[in-house]
Design a protein around this ligand. Structure first.
Ligand code: RB5
Length: 149
């Protein structure tokens, strides 16, 4: 079980409802949820929301982050441009577990137009209940970090 307890959430307009479901789920599990919006259903631009959440994680303000857009792909691409962020899109619990265990992901991205609420919460739980294994995986993650310079 992870010891991280402060987590940021963000999304674009396509994922506001699913983001709220995840926020409620995390709150009942004792997480301190830093939900940085948006709250309006008006169309917005996913890169700025992905970047904002990523900066909270990269700065250490939050331990982990979960971001969402329609597919999870665009907001993930934006988040991964922030130095120190390792974010993967997951549509299954196995991948969500593995991006923590092997890739030391510090952010998870979900597609609200791809996964339903039940699957999304399974994916979230798999991500949060897994821990980085280190060892040979630390070498490889270090190689990813080195690409950033
Ligand atoms: C918005 O229509 C949509 O493009 C966005 O939510 C996301 O899927 C982009 O990757």
């Amino acid at each position: 079980m992870t010891t991280n307890k402060r987590i940021t959430l963000s999304s674009d307009h396509a994922a506001i409802d699913l983001r709220q479901v995840i926020a409620d789920h995390l709150s009942t599990q004792g997480w301190e949820v830093v939900d940085i919006g948006p709250t309006s259903p008006e169309s917005t631009h996913y890169p700025k929301h992905g970047e904002a959440a990523a900066r909270l994680v990269a700065s250490g303000d939050c331990d982990l982050g979960i971001i969402l857009c329609g597919t999870g792909q665009g907001i993930m691409m934006a988040a991964n441009k922030v130095k120190g962020i390792r974010c993967g899109v997951c549509t299954d619990a196995f991948s969500a577990r593995m991006i923590r265990q092997h890739n030391n992901a510090n952010m998870l991205s979900l597609g609200a137009r791809v996964v339903g609420e039940g699957l999304a919460l399974d994916i979230v739980d798999a991500f949060l209940n897994a821990d980085f294994e280190g060892g040979r995986h630390a070498t490889r993650v270090g190689m990813i970090d080195a690409i950033e310079g």
